[in-house]
Ligand binder design. Sequence first.
Ligand code: MN
Length: 418
Amino acid sequence: MSLMPSWVESANAPDHPFPLNNLPCGVFSTETLDPRCGVAIGDMILDLARAEAEGLVEVGAGPLFDVPFWNELFEEGPEVWAALRARLTALLARGAPERDRVEPLLVPQAGAEMHMPFLVAEYTDFYAGRHHATNVGTMFRGAENALPPNWLHIPIGYNGRASSVVVSGTPVRRPWGQLKGPEDTAPRFAPSRRFDLELEMGAVVGQASEGPVTVAEADEMIFGYVLLNDWSARDIQAWEYQPLGPFQAKATATTIGPWIVTRAALEPFRVPAPEREVPLLPHLADAGPMLYDIELSVTLAPEGEAATEIARTNYREMYYSSAQQLAHHTTSGCPMTPGDLLGSGTVSGPEKHQRGSLLELSWGGKEPVTLDTGEARSFLEDGDTVTLHAAARGDGYTIGFGPCAGQLLPALEDPYKR
Ligand code: MN
């Protein structure tokens, strides 16, 4: 696959995140336009609500795009997803005869505000990165017990909160929580001191299921992927997590990027999962290459200061694919719903600079990270902005996700003050 040229010239630069090959899905508004669905092309957004109203896009049981979420398209199913992609590709390709009618429907991204791209039905987060699980397990339980006995057999997950999923740019408030006292003294209620980020990809489920699905079926159910920061309060987590896993430590906020990159756009970047140490049971066995070669990085900017890259890794480092996670999720008969969001788990590579959380980068605070400003970080400080970045590199083109950013605000002085 090489660059597909567009008459939107900004889309044709080899390092631009939004070429015609990409066409990611978002929800935007401007001073004069209410929030609605659009796709990014170069530096612009194509207003799909108006394109549909003018008869340029007619797919499924429309209208689908005059609403501030993509869920209505999800429910139309993969044939309609493909028809939309084919139609948009034709309209925006260099030499398209409809150019004169489409051009007035382009809105500069610089003048648009981005919103949540879809209504999150439910949110599940996994723990499916081998390096991350080994690092965290070593710190929490010691090297001998780093990987729990089930880890190589099932993608471990927990049911998170859809209500606190927010779009890039939304500030996040440092939470209060119950923290373990020193030397097993009584716990105390205080602001988290070990507030962290987690670099993840989120799979957006586009199709419903009733009953168990295979890994191959699960892959077909996925509409696309977003960047995802699973903010984590490590001190709250360390006290609360046994025996049922994270609860309040992960409930403050989950930030997702504003653009859903479709599975179709990522097809050329499929890669197999790593070699299996023990074979997976047949219902979770690999059914083709279902990870993706996507470069990931994290930058951290203290308030008013320049950003430093603190981690760089690749989504292909995961042990389980989102399709395997989704298949596992349905084994009990649990129905899945369009708009369900599955966090991949923190993406860490084998090298130190490839670790996707400060917990790992600073090894629990023992080895603080030095920023370009000269400041040190073990965990996040008030005012810090964390930004996740992702790019798949093709032949003369890039599939980008747009930044996924959030600034950490100071804890309230007294969360119960009325
Ligand atoms: Mn996580």
